[in-house]
Design a protein around this ligand. Structure first.
Ligand code: SF4
Length: 392
């Protein structure tokens, strides 16, 4: 009998010792702190997976009169709700990570960019900020954090669209490069990290890089907070080690009848049952099997679900949330939606799905930002694996 996956409690353990952790960490020099972060193997937990220590180092190396630290709390990926819980239960961990980052890169100002739908968190965050600023004064640290409210657009989770929206412009992604390390909020070097990433830095400061690195597998170190939803008897938020197979995950969280798992929300991949054993949850790298990174959303679908309805729902979401700036995404999302509807109605033959798959690949290659590029992930993985459910 297989053992249950170990549930961890690193993130949500309410240790409440920010002042001591800050004092201890900031007594070290910047390079030692960064070396520890790099040695820990911590990568961004929003989904993109950029090494956190390297991001801090690169931003610290740029000369500028002002720099910023931004916590990306625009958690809008369908099926993802773990950052809300982290901010609600252990905001001091996130703020501690921001303060250390500020000292390292030379920033005196930070922001939490909070998803508008999470405005109920504001009173709690304000209390946490008051406590945090008292600690900043006590330690003689010139660093202040404000809350910036988003306006409810999914695209503003994309870092450059987030900066645009903070600057009072339409939330549209910028061309890259330049990257935020050089040109972020207000055109200044900016570190932007996901809520969970910052909370993990606290564990690394407190327990050391080795303890974090001991968790997970090569290329995918540490723990990850997952939002588990769909056909599961135990929906919720779980902190697990990276590197599990999807089969192990489904054995623990499924209802015994899982036919697919959507890993990484609407922008992620739909994995059918026959691939559970070969799919590993972690960043791409030297893992055996297909490794799938995820911002944390794990949606389980059992055999009662229509995968056509699932795909239709994702496409409606993308049509709604496309910022409309570039043609492949603005027009492509609508064509994909109308296309699958036409095939399902019988107005187009099943061969038309191949044309739609080609279109989704073109979007992957030509759309300006991750939103348009990632539509092909869910589209192709659902259409290819559940073709019989797409046709009339
Ligand atoms: Fe906007 Fe979509 Fe183009 Fe991204 S890919 S810039 S969301 S239209």
């Amino acid at each position: 009998m297989t053992k249950t996956l170990k549930r961890l409690d690193l993130i949500f353990k309410n240790e409440g010792d920010s002042e001591a952790i800050l004092e201890k960490t900031l007594s070290r020099n910047n390079e030692d702190i960064i070396s520890d972060l790099i040695a820990s193997g911590l990568k961004g937990r929003g989904g993109a997976g950029f090494p956190t220590g390297l991001k801090w180092r690169l931003t610290g190396e740029v000369e500028a009169d002002q720099k910023y630290v931004i916590c990306n709390a625009d958690e809008g990926e369908p099926g993802t709700f773990k950052d809300r819980e982290i901010l609600s239960s252990v905001p001091h961990k996130v703020l501690t990570g921001m303060a250390v980052c500020g000292r390292i890169i030379g920033a005196t100002k930070g922001f939490i960019y909070l998803r508008n739908e999470y405005k109920f968190l504001v009173p709690k965050l304000r209390t946490a900020l008051d406590d945090f600023h008292l600690i900043m004064d006590k330690l003689n640290l010139d660093f202040r954090v404000d809350i910036f409210m988003g306006s409810g657009a999914y695209i503003c989770g994309e870092e450059s669209a987030l900066f645009e929206s903070m600057e009072g412009k339409r939330g549209e992604p910028r061309n890259k490069p330049p990257y935020p390390t050089n040109y972020g909020y207000n055109g200044k070097p900016t570190v932007i990290n996901n809520v969970e990433t910052l909370a993990h830095t606290y564990s690394i400061f407190k327990y050391g890089a080795e303890k974090f690195r001991d968790l997970g597998v090569k290329d995918s170190r540490g723990s990850k907070v997952f939002s588990v939803s769909g056909d599961t008897p135990i929906p919720g938020i779980y902190e697990l080690e990276f590197g599990m197979t999807l089969q192990r995950f489904v054995d623990d969280f499924g209802d015994g009848d899982a036919k697919a798992v959507q890993v990484g929300g609407a922008a992620g991949f739909c994995v059918p049952r026959k691939r559970f054993e070969k799919t590993i949850i972690g960043y791409q790298g030297k893992l055996t099997g297909v490794s799938l990174p995820t911002g944390g959303s794990m949606m389980i679908f059992n055999s009662s679900r229509s995968m056509y309805n699932v795909l239709h729902n994702y496409l409606e979401f993308f049509v709604e949330e496309s910022c409309g700036q570039c043609t492949p995404c603005r027009v492509g999302t609508q064509q994909l939606l109308m296309g699958v509807e036409a095939v399902k109605r019988g107005d187009k033959s099943s061969d038309y799905l191949n044309k739609l798959l080609e279109l989704s690949e073109i979007m992957r290659q030509t759309a300006k930002c991750g939103l348009g590029q990632s539509v092909a992930n869910s589209f192709s993985s659902i259409v290819e694996n559940f073709k019989e459910e797409m046709i009339y």
